[in-house]
Design a binder for this molecule. Structure first.
Ligand code: CA
Length: 240
């Protein structure tokens, strides 16, 4: 999100948010656009992956609804490209529920997933929830430090011992949550609620994200940052 200072005290009216709909099936795209407009959102539409990226850069949307199967560049490639540039919330539209597990395994950093066929009102609820969350996460505290880890919520960057770390949106939120309460142990359910509250994802998704986060941290700085508290969950290791 744009870190404008007025976001802190007065969150932007969600209804004026711009949603980029990326969907090659014209009927579905039209239905989504109509529902979004009825909810007061502005919309832009792209029907293939390449024009989606062009439009994304040109119109700087507040949220992207992104179909997975697309001509020219698929949704996965588009999401990767978006994440290289921005942390704009992305909700993936997938044809099959099994795809969601596969996508999660790829740790691409989508904010949520909706499987087709969907009810348009379900998508609207997800859009609203993801936007509300992204506004709620608007910068208040900018910098968290714990030992060698430095997390900047304004720049959405993480440095470990001064080295930049590339995290997905979910990993970032997870680490941010852990850093907000260092030393406290969170259950998988807590972490899921804190980082993906409106998702249907299962608790084991947290294990995937934690494993990836640990691997990335340890690549830069050896040592245990995230502790598994058996039977309870995870915490950041308190710093001496
Ligand atoms: Ca499609």
């Amino acid at each position: 999100m744009k870190p404008a200072s007025n976001l802190i005290l007065e969150p932007m009216n969600q209804s004026s948010a711009l949603v980029l709909v990326v969907e090659d099936e014209r009927d579905i795209a039209t239905i989504l656009e109509n529902f979004l407009k009825k909810q007061g959102y502005r919309t832009e539409r792209a029907a293939d992956g390449e024009s989606a990226l062009t439009l994304f850069r040109a119109c700087n949307p507040d949220l992207v609804l992104l179909d997975v199967m697309l001509p020219k560049k698929d949704g996965i490639e588009v999401l990767k490209a978006i994440r290289r540039e921005k942390q704009t919330p992305v909700i993936m539209l997938t044809a099959r529920t099994e795809e969601i597990d596969k996508l999660l395994g790829l740790e691409l950093g989508a904010d949520d997933y909706v499987s087709k066929p969907f009810r348009p009102m379900e998508v609207m609820a997800r859009v609203k929830a993801v936007l509300r969350r992204s506004y709620a996460n608007a910068p208040v505290t900018e910098l968290f430090r714990l030992g060698a880890i430095e997390l900047d919520t304004l720049q959405t960057t993480v440095h470990v011992s001064g080295m930049s770390l590339e995290l997905t949106a979910s990993e970032f939120k997870l680490l941010q949550h852990l850093m907000t309460y260092p030393g406290r142990t969170f259950s998988r359910a807590d972490l899921l609620e804190a980082t993906m509250p409106d998702s249907n994802a299962l608790e084991r998704v947290i294990d995937v994200h934690i494993a990836n986060l640990r691997r990335k941290l340890s690549e830069v700085e050896p040592g245990e940052f995230i502790q598994n508290i058996r039977g309870i969950g995870f915490r950041l290791k308190p710093q001496a």
